[in-house]
Design a binder for this molecule. Structure first.
Ligand code: NAD
Length: 374
């Protein structure tokens, strides 16, 4: 079985393989071919891939005879000319927003597998690209906020006087939010956090931060929709807006991460609430690509409103290309290794396996995933 690793399109710094995963694939009996320059932006030289056992070549060379094609983002279908019929295309293919591309993959006879649709089950945790990338993004959001903020994070007692600690508020305590809390704590900030899922209260406390929760209207109890949030009732939204208004005026840094699968990001901070914050405060809106949690957010840009900098954070994992590639590449390896047949030295996907059913988008020239056909 030959595995091709493609060089990503401009703007994507990550790479779908690292020398460690190449070595492991070779250990499984696979042949690995890496497109020239694929790791350059993630600080991996072609020679490192070669030392790990890969062949380095042009796109045409690496695609020829490959049964598996590894990518970070879904490539333009036309750029896959020369791929073998029936080859597996595995990566974060963004099926919800790239329907036409998925149809083109099907037409080209490729079996497209979308890693972001990995089911959230224990067995698949090590294959979960959303978690691995969100974790790094949560860290980077706080580091970026600290770099923009014109004051220090930790309390400092100096001969020239005392600097008070920054107050950081994290809204949405999923994978990114938890890492944002932990990072802000490490930098010495006073941290508070909120979420609609009551299970997060304990997690916030365990990180030494203060939970700020709507008490008079029920939030989400238990693991309703596979751990994901849903849209909240108007009563809840009103109570949350009041709670946030009271709290946010006293905060220096706010990191928002709230997402609802399949829906635009919930609006959590209004322009009036921004205006209530002290000048020089910083908001990092990690939901910018999904429409934003903050009024006036511009994805990929920093804007100033009422003296507050609002950073429309877009795919922050890309700015940590080396680590993000390492985690992404291991997610891909863990997925393929779980379905590897040692004797055949090849991948054998089990059609009715929950993981395969979750990520498989196309097969036999057609779109087969229920989330795209219904
Ligand atoms: P996410 O990116 O979808 O959303 C981020 C957070 O925003 C969530 O905690 C969500 O509850 C919160 N949120 C949504 N609407 C909100 C609102 N109006 N106000 C405040 N907060 C709001 O979530 P995620 O990071 O993907 O994680 C969700 C859960 O799934 C977590 O409990 C995580 O531990 C779990 N998880 C499980 C697995 C697994 O078992 N394989 C893998 C990854 C994550």
């Amino acid at each position: 079985m030959k595995i091709a690793v493609l060089k990503e399109a401009a703007g994507e710094s990550r790479c779908a393989a690292i020398p460690e995963t190449v070595k492991k694939f070779v250990g499984l009996g696979a042949e690995v071919a890496v497109e020239k320059g694929a790791g350059a932006e993630a600080s991996i030289a072609d020679s490192e891939f070669e030392s790990a056992g890969a062949k380095v070549g042009t796109r045409k060379d690496v695609l020829k005879g490959a049964g598996i094609i590894l990518v970070v983002d879904g490539p333009e279908p036309a750029s896959l000319a020369g791929a073998e019929k029936g080859a597996l295309l595995v990566g974060a293919l963004d099926p919800a927003r790239r329907r036409a591309a998925i149809e083109a993959y099907a037409k080209a006879g490729l079996q497209a597998m979308a890693m972001e649709w990995m089911p959230r089950i224990t067995r698949a945790q090590s294959m979960d690209v959303l978690s691995s990338q969100s974790n790094l993004a949560g860290y980077k959001a706080v580091v970026d906020a600290a770099a923009t903020y014109g004051r220090a994070f930790p309390m400092m007692m100096t001969a020239a006087g005392t600097i008070s600690p920054a107050k950081v508020f994290v809204m949405g305590v999923g994978v990114a939010g938890l890492q944002a809390i932990a990072t802000a704590k490490r930098l010495g900030a006073q941290v508070s956090a909120t979420d609609v899922r009551s299970a997060t209260k304990e997690q916030i406390l365990s990180l030494g931060a203060k939970p700020i929760f709507v008490e008079n209207v029920a939030g989400i109890e238990g693991e309703g929709a596979g751990g994901y949030a849903t849209e909240m009732s108007p009563e809840y939204q009103k109570a949350q807006a009041e709670l946030v208004s009271g709290h946010i005026a006293k905060q220096d840094i706010v990191v928002t991460t709230a997402l609802i699968p399949g829906k635009p990001a919930p609006r959590l901070i209004s322009d009036t609430q921004i205006a209530s914050m002290r000048r020089g405060s910083v908001i990092v809106d990690m939901a910018a690509d999904a429409g934003g949690n903050v009024e006036g957010t511009v994805a990929g840009k920093s804007v100033e409103r009422h003296g507050v900098t609002v950073i429309g954070a877009s795919n922050l994992a890309r700015s940590l290309a080396a680590d993000a590639s390492a985690l992404f590449a291991r997610n891909l390896y863990n997925f393929l290794a779980a379905f590897w047949d040692q004797e055949k030295r090849s991948l054998v996907l089990i059609d009715d396996d929950e993981i395969v059913k979750g990520v498989r988008l196309t097969q036999g020239g057609k779109i087969v995933n229920e989330r795209l056909t219904q």
